[in-house]
Design a protein around this ligand. Sequence first.
Ligand SMILES: Cc1ncc(C[n+]2csc(CCOP(=O)(O)OP(=O)(O)O)c2C)c(N)n1
Length: 367
Amino acid sequence: MSKKSTKSTSKAKAMAKSKVRTSVKSPAKSAIKMGSAFAGFPRELLLRLHSLMVKSRVLEERLIKIYKAGEGYFWIGGPGEEAFGVALGLLVNKGQGLEHDWLHLHYRCTPTMVALGMPMIDAVRLMMNRATDPSTGGRNFAGHYCFPKWNVAPVTSPIEVQYPLACGTAHAQKRAGHKSISIVTGGDAGTAEADFATCLIWSSRKGQELPVLITVQNNGFGISTPYEGQHGETEIADRARAFNIRARVIDGNDPIETYLALKEEMDYIRKTGKPSFIEAKVSRLYGHSSADGANRKTELVDPVLTFEKKLIDAGLLTKVEAEKIWDLYEKEGVDAQLLARSEPAPAPESVWDHVFVNNENADWRKF
Ligand SMILES: Cc1ncc(C[n+]2csc(CCOP(=O)(O)OP(=O)(O)O)c2C)c(N)n1
């Protein structure tokens, strides 16, 4: 059971305070209205955040089980990034075309996709490499989503290439005169790639700034390389500041702080047409991927359980209601696995579908 997988860890440990330093700079923390525990959020929004965070966790744990049962080849995903990803997904101006936001996500974006409305079955189909997978027809890794109907650009396995691509769609949005923005996510280690610097440079040229929300989910690790020892800068956000990009560091394990920060920065970008940068400190709860075991790390802050406890302690949710939510999604995940099991693998002849030669994207003159 998903609930058991997550909850079997010591709650005390799960609630342990993050060792990761968090700070908020320009705009000052006081700009975030954190007066009460829930910053004046309506109960409905709090429960929606919680429910989607649980859904994403249950789904990721289902995908890990599918891998461990030998029904999938490789798992990578976003357990531990639910607070950031769900808040982001809820704030997106969702749709297709330049008047809507563009999303250039990386492979830990399941929480964002769940918040956008992706049904569990579509993540399961990708995980189990079924021909019915809407993202890739069963031909890519878990978490490598592609949803043109929501401007979700294909997630790439080469890390960080999404950063300059976000400048491309932002440029097109700006040229078309829309208030839409381009949003990019990625990991801390990947910021060592030149693509990240390219994004900072192209989004911040004086007088030609681009409406990009540049984000980094800092979980403190590359695959197995700790953050410490890899960065001369104090915060990754400092690199954005060097380009006069408004930048802040947030506790990405806190859905309320994250939601408020994202909203404020997205509003700023829509208003000014200029870029903004958020570094979110998050947990990597199941390690890097199935390549390092995909086992639960108990010493890290669990954003889902922490938020759930907060809601229960405040009387906004009962333990029984919470159990029901976990059970509901567990059933959806199991049903999805059973359905995907009955669906076909991609046919050999489909291997040439959607590649460039002689296909729908072959002629650049069309674009
Ligand atoms: C260009 C490129 N180099 C190396 C890799 C191998 N690789 C895959 S994930 C990863 C670590 C990325 O770490 P980080 O950017 O911090 O993101 P995280 O996985 O921690 O979320 C590496 C090095 C790759 N996929 N692409």
